[in-house]
Design a binder for this molecule. Structure first.
Ligand code: FAD
Length: 101
């Protein structure tokens, strides 16, 4: 059994085109120390560590709407780390925007 762990909003602001994907050992140690506080029985080594990205808007609100120049295109982004759980409702909103404006 394994656990997938990640920092939430502690990363360095960056862009997909310029991100430094080097994993820093200090980050692993910080994450493991916190994980062991919450899950005291966690004792196994880190199997794999990767850099990942998600977009965060200034007010952390989602951006959902029609493209300003092309009504037939609906856009949703900037989920600020919460996009996955909102997939069903965002999909419904996008379908509604495209079909009914
Ligand atoms: C480590 C991590 C943990 C997270 N934890 C949570 C969580 O606990 N709960 C939660 O709700 N959300 C979480 N999120 C956020 C959530 O994953 C995102 O908000 C969500 O995946 C965004 O969905 P999306 O469809 O906008 O983008 P994505 O899921 O990034 O999908 C974009 C897709 O477009 C594809 N793509 C990109 N460029 C092109 C191109 N040029 N041509 C064709 N395809 C392309 C990509 O390959 C990708 O499949 C987490 C994110 C990360 C990184």
């Amino acid at each position: 059994m394994g656990f997938k762990l990640g920092f939430f909003r502690l990363g360095t602001p960056t862009m997909a085109s310029t991100v430094d994907r080097a994993v820093v050992e200090e980050e692993n140690e910080t994450m493991l120390a916190r994980a062991r506080e919450l899950l005291p029985h966690l004792g196994y080594p880190v199997v794999q560590a990767k850099t990942c990205l998600y977009s965060v808007t200034p007010d952390e609100h989602f951006v959902i709407g029609s493209h300003p120049e092309h009504d037939q295109v609906a856009i949703a982004w900037g989920f600020s780390g919460h996009g996955f759980k909102f997939v069903p409702v965002v999909g419904e909103i996008l379908a509604d925007l495209v079909q009914h404006g």
